[in-house]
Design a protein around this ligand. Structure first.
Ligand code: SAH
Length: 350
């Protein structure tokens, strides 16, 4: 009961913390010390804040709790990928994935518990959206994976992709607050150019982030440049026609001078015909972009099958012929359901 009336100290800004100490007849500077414990050192209890007096620690104890995530379960893929089941303070679970390559370690981070969108091919969409993650829950996933990266791969995280569970642009305020902490020198001090936010394509929010002059990269889950096909795959896209999406992408490019990356899975019999390829090439010609052809990660839906190799090759060649940068991305962590679109707390539900 008592803890419920206490505030989560991590919802306070540095200024709030300084103010708290002034109000409690102490030095504002204590606020900076506490902030460092919370955000730089990742301390999860007041006892551990060893440069504070016992009285100060008790004062904090009296007023606040420290909500934090805990790694509930860890699975390792035979390709080195690590999937974490992350338990939140209210016992809900999200997943985050650490993906090593020869030169990089990338953290794939979740932004919501479940997802409110309805992409037919995505396992997360099968769980309804339960809530947004708080800024510190997003940030904590990154800190936890940074520690894992140092422990297992001997280097800090090099990249972050918001391609875990949820739609990051539908939890915009918390996403931005988390990215601020990730990039600030009082936080992890990472460069925003190493962060990519992936959206299913919500034009209004894409324009907003362009207006806000965010400094991270943007990826858009396109999957088809034909409206009828796209909205079959992603029913919510009926409300966001491709023309609106294209306009938002152009707007983003005009405001940020950064090209968007399109994520694109090729499925057998769904989007592997010549007209699908032509539609994508035409779409790509509108605004500078890159295309990432992603391998399909099965989620147990029979109607979706990875397209044949020669169809993917056909996409690649058609794009290259128009000098559009294209990469084919092999999926990682498939054996532990850690690949794109497979995050659905399988272990938890079993
Ligand atoms: N909601 C955001 C971010 C999460 S999904 C978005 O839609 O972009 C991250 C990427 O994985 C998206 O490009 C998504 O379309 C893709 N994806 C989802 N399910 C997949 C699957 N089963 N196989 C391959 N990619 C998938």
């Amino acid at each position: 009961m008592e803890t419920e009336s206490k505030r989560d100290i991590r919802s306070l800004s540095l200024e709030d913390l300084r103010q708290f100490f002034i109000e409690n007849e102490d030095k504002a500077f204590r606020g900076n010390q506490v902030y460092q414990w919370l955000w730089q050192k990742g301390t999860h209890d007041f006892e551990g804040m060893t440069n504070l007096s016992k009285a100060t620690r008790s004062l904090l104890e009296e007023h606040f709790v420290i909500n934090h995530i805990a790694i509930d379960q860890q699975q390792k893929s035979n390709d080195g990928t690590i999937k974490n089941a992350v338990k939140l303070h209210d016992d809900l679970i999200v997943e985050s994935v650490l993906i090593p390559t020869a030169t990089r370690t990338t953290a794939c981070v979740s932004s919501q518990v479940g997802c409110s969108l309805d992409c037919e091919f995505c396992a997360t969409a099968k769980i309804k959206r339960m809530r947004n993650l708080n800024a510190d829950e997003i940030y904590d996933q990154v800190v936890a994976m940074d520690q894992q990266s140092r422990l297992y791969f001997d280097r800090p995280l090099t990249n972050i992709v918001f391609m875990g569970m949820g739609e990051p642009l539908m939890n915009y305020k918390n996403l931005i607050a988390a990215i601020d902490k990730i990039t600030q020198s009082e936080g992890l001090g990472m460069s925003p150019s190493r962060i990519t936010v992936s959206t299913s394509g919500i034009p209004k929010m894409m324009k907003k982030i362009a207006d806000d002059q965010v400094r991270f990269g943007l990826a858009v889950s396109l999957h088809s440049a034909r409206q009828s096909v796209r909205q079959e795959l992603m029913p919510f896209a009926e409300k966001f026609p491709l023309d609106d999406l294209a306009e938002a992408i152009q707007y983003w490019y005009d405001k940020t001078s950064k090209s968007v990356t399109y994520e694109y899975v090729v499925w057998k019999g769904i989007n592997d015909e010549e007209e699908d390829i032509k539609a994508l090439v035409d779409f790509c010609k509108q605004t500078p972009c890159k295309v990432n052809l992603i391998e399909y990660n099965p989620i147990g839906e029979d109607k979706f099958l990875q397209a044949d190799h020669d169809r993917i090759k056909a996409y690649e060649m058609a794009l290259e012929a128009q000098r559009i940068t294209v990469t084919v991305r092999r999926s990682r962590g498939k054996d532990i359901d850690a690949a794109c679109g497979q995050l659905a707390n399988k272990a938890e539900r079993q």
